[in-house]
Design a protein around this ligand. Structure first.
Ligand code: HEM
Length: 416
């Protein structure tokens, strides 16, 4: 179990605080002094990720006292060995967040995890989601029509945020308070997962507190009786899960569902805008749409990393890792690993990159991915029918601890 040295803003292992610290730390190689949360890395991360991949299958980050796992094969091996690389001690880089969310699906161990996941995914199965399709399409058609009439629009604020926000808060059955703040709360919950003492982490934790207060005090009567939220409490009535577990699951339906899908949508739009030949290829071959989306998720993974803790010593592709060490799964680096994807920095919708790890891998692989992909696919299907070409005229990124996406992407549209 790790603990946090909040003052220094770095992770330490209990054994490191003892006399043998130096011996233990020195035995961890290869090393790097890179700060993967610095503005410099966050602004243009990919050359840094390549450096890490070239250093080894796992690299000890001296500044934070944690491993980073940057290669495709080593991440998959670690995540398949879920009993060794456990999420039970939290997937964030600070103890405050790890303790606050201790109870969500991601942090639960077996067999509880499978039991909880069965209840969680009930409304998210592809066959159940089919019933949503018509409604999503109607909403998307109306919105796209309005925006094309304007000629220029912000693909993030006007389009990417619209479906995930309305769909998730409505399906969950949240009241006005939840709908109003959920987007800000979602972003705070991700930023609050960064290393101790970093300004983005501190600000994120403040915002996350508001979300925790709201969700832990929400009354059953405030939830739409037809929504997913009410269904959780009904499942608790039936003894499938505890009332406390039902409350944590409200967080599972909201926190990971918004920015991830929003960033996935806007990054797909961005990649197609930066590669107009790929938009044209997609128009000629609309059946490639799912591949175009997966390829964008591969290249611009919306969640760039998450962490695990080792339950025993482990040899990861020749790197010796110790029990109690924390290891960052840098999925955004693995998804551009030249050892697995030839020419990894080029966006190619004819590539089949569905084996990317942007949704994670193994037992905790994203439980909401069918919904996320459905939302993104629905809007692009409508766009493909109505948009001949488009041009990016303004773009802005907001640096975030664990997420990557655009804050603004202004498009000039040339409708059909
Ligand atoms: C493009 C959209 C999305 C992306 C890129 C994404 C990414 C991820 C990733 C990387 C993980 C694994 C985290 C880890 O192993 O530590 C994950 C897990 C999870 N995601 Fe998603 N996600 C997306 C959409 C959604 C949506 C829409 C929901 C909810 C409706 C959701 C709910 C979850 C949950 C509950 C888990 C934990 C699953 C478990 O522990 O078994 N995600 N997601």
């Amino acid at each position: 179990m790790t603990q946090t040295d909040a003052g220094q803003g770095r992770y330490i292992d209990r054994r490191e605080s003892m006399a043998e610290t130096d011996v233990l730390v020195e035995s961890r190689t290869p090393t790097s002094d890179m700060d993967i949360w610095s503005d410099e890395v966050l602004t243009n991360p990919y050359p840094y990720y390549r450096q890490l991949r070239d250093l080894g299958p796992a690299v000890w980050l001296t500044k934070h006292g944690v491993w980073v796992v940057p290669r495709y094969s080593s991440i998959r091996e670690a995540l398949l060995n879920w009993e060794v690389f456990t999420s039970k001690n939290g997937t964030a880089m600070n103890a405050v967040m790890n303790q606050a969310v201790d109870g969500i699906l991601l942090l639960s161990g077996e067999p509880e995890h499978q039991r909880l996941r069965r209840t969680f995914v009930k409304p998210l199965q592809p066959q159940t989601l089919k019933k949503l399709q018509d409604r999503l399409t109607a909403l998307a058609e109306q919105r796209v029509e309005e925006l094309l009439g304007k000629g220029e629009f912000d693909a993030v604020a006007d389009l990417a945020q619209f479906l995930p926000l309305s769909v998730v808060t409505e399906l969950l059955g949240l009241g006005e308070e939840g709908k109003k703040h959920m987007l800000r709360w979602g972003a705070g919950l991700f930023d609050g997962q960064g290393p101790d003492g970093y300004p983005r982490t501190i600000a994120g934790l403040e915002v996350a507190k508001e979300a925790f207060t709201y969700l832990s005090n929400i009354k059953r009567s405030e939830l739409d009786p037809e929504g997913w939220g009410a269904a959780l409490f009904n499942a608790a009535d039936a003894g499938e899960l505890s009332y406390q577990e039902a409350r944590y699951m409200l967080l599972d339906y909201t926190a990971p569902a918004l920015d991830t899908t929003i960033n996935g949508f806007s990054s797909t739009f961005y990649m197609l805008g930066r590669n107009p030949d790929q938009w044209e290829t997609l128009r000629q071959n609309p059946e490639r749409l799912p591949f175009a989306i997966d390829e964008a998720l591969r290249m611009e993974s919306p969640i760039r990393l998450f962490t695990r803790t080792l339950t025993r010593d482990f040899d990861l592709e020749g790197v010796e890792m110790k029990e109690g060490d924390r290891a960052i799964m840098l999925s955004a680096a693995a998804n551009r690993d030249e050892r697995h994807y030839p020419d990894p920095d080029s966006y190619d919708i004819m590539r089949d990159s569905r084996d990317h790890v942007a949704f994670g891998y193994g037992i905790h692989m994203c439980a909401g991915r069918h919904l996320g992909k459905l939302e993104i696919t629905t809007v692009f299907k409508v766009l493909l029918k109505r948009l001949k070409s488009f041009e990016i005229i303004e773009e802005r990124r907001e640096l975030q601890n664990n997420l990557r996406g655009l804050a603004k992407l202004v498009i000039r549209a040339n409708p059909l």
